[in-house]
Design a protein around this ligand. Structure first.
Ligand SMILES: O=C(O)CCC(=O)C(=O)O
Ligand SMILES: [Fe+2]
Length: 256
C-alpha cells in the first residue's frame, strides 16, 4: 500500500468526489464511515482531473484505463440486455444516454476493532444507471443489500462482478426495476477493498419515466429532470438510504 503522504498528494477537496479521502462528509458532527476512498472521473475526458491521477504505482493509470475500457463495454452490453428484457429496443438506453459518464471509486475498509460501532459505508442507492462492483480476492464479506427490510450479506463469488441497478434505471422504468439500497460493513480483523464503476447518462440528458412504463395502473412517480442536476444533488448530500431519489419524485398531496 502507498504511504499516506503519497496518497495525500491527491486529496479529495471538500464538496468534491474525486481524489483520495472521504466523500459525503458535510458536518463536524457527522459520524464518519470506516472507509478511505480514492475516486476518479474516467469518461468523457472533461470529467477527468489529471492532477488527481497518481504517478505511483507506475502502471496505475494504464491499468485504470484498460480496466475502465473493458467495464465500459460491459455496461453497454448490460444496458442492451436490460433494454431487451424490458421489451425496449436494444440500443434504447445507449441512444438516450449520449456519451455516458463513467467514474471509478476504490473503497478501502481497514479492519476495525469494534465493527459494531461503525459502518464501512452508509446505506445508499447509487446515483448511476448501473454500478459494477469488484471485490478484492480474499477479503471478508462486506457488502449488504436491503431486501424486505433486512440487510442481506452478499457473499463474494471469486472472479465475479456484482452489478447493481442505480437510480437512473429506477426512474426510467417508473420503478419497475428498483435501485438497490446497500451498505458496507467493516470487519474486525480483515481489510476489504472494493473497486466500483458508476455508469450514468451524460449530464445534459433530461430523464423521466419512459411512456412504456406509465399507465393508469402505474401512475408516473418521477418528474422530468436534468441528470447533471441530479448528480450534483447526489454528491452534495449525505448518503442516507434512498433519500436522494426524492429529488426526482413527483410530490403527491398528503391526504392524511
Ligand atoms: O464496498 C462495497 O461493497 C460497496 C461500495 C459502494 O456501494 C459504493 O462505492 O457506492
Ligand atoms: Fe454504492
Amino acid at each position: 500500500m502507498l504511504p499516506l503522504e503519497e496518497k495525500q498528494k491527491y486529496p479529495m477537496a471538500p464538496g468534491t468526489v474525486q481524489g483520495y479521502g472521504q466523500a459525503f462528509v458535510f458536518s463536524e458532527d457527522q459520524k464518519l464511515d470506516w472507509c478511505n476512498m480514492f475516486a476518479l472521473g474516467i469518461e468523457p475526458q472533461y470529467v477527468r482531473n489529471p492532477n488527481l491521477w497518481p504517478k505511483k504505482p507506475e502502471k496505475f493509470s494504464e491499468t485504470v484505463e484498460e480496466y475502465s475500457g473493458e467495464i465500459r463495454k460491459l455496461c453497454y452490453n448490460l444496458l442492451t440486455y436490460i433494454a431487451l428484457g424490458l421489451g425496449l429496443k436494444g440500443d434504447e438506453f445507449e441512444e438516450m444516454f449520449g456519451v455516458s459518464v463513467q467514474a471509478v471509486r476504490m473503497n478501502y475498509y481497514p479492519p476495525c476493532s469494534r465493527p459494531d460501532l461503525v459502518l464501512g459505508l452508509s446505506p445508499h442507492s447509487d446515483g448511476s444507471a448501473l454500478t459494477v462492483l469488484q471485490q478484492a480476492k480474499g477479503g471478508p464479506v462486506g457488502l449488504q443489500i436491503l431486501k424486505d427490510n433486512t440487510w442481506v450479506p452478499i457473499q463474494p463469488i471469486p472472479n465475479a462482478l456484482v452489478i447493481n441497478i442505480g437510480d437512473t434505471i429506477e426512474v426510467l422504468t417508473n420503478g419497475k426495476y428498483r435501485s438497490v439500497e446497500h451498505r458496507a460493513v467493516a470487519h474486525e480483523e480483515k481489510a476489504r477493498l472494493s473497486i466500483v464503476t458508476f455508469f450514468a447518462p451524460s449530464y445534459e440528458v433530461e430523464l423521466g419515466p419512459m411512456p412504456e412504463f406509465v399507465d393508469e395502473n402505474h401512475p408516473c412517480k418521477y418528474k422530468i429532470y436534468n441528470h447533471g442536476e441530479y448528480s450534483k444533488h447526489y454528491v452534495t448530500n449525505k448518503l442516507q438510504g434512498k433519500k436522494t431519489l426524492e429529488f426526482a419524485k413527483i410530490q403527491t398531496k398528503n391526504t392524511n
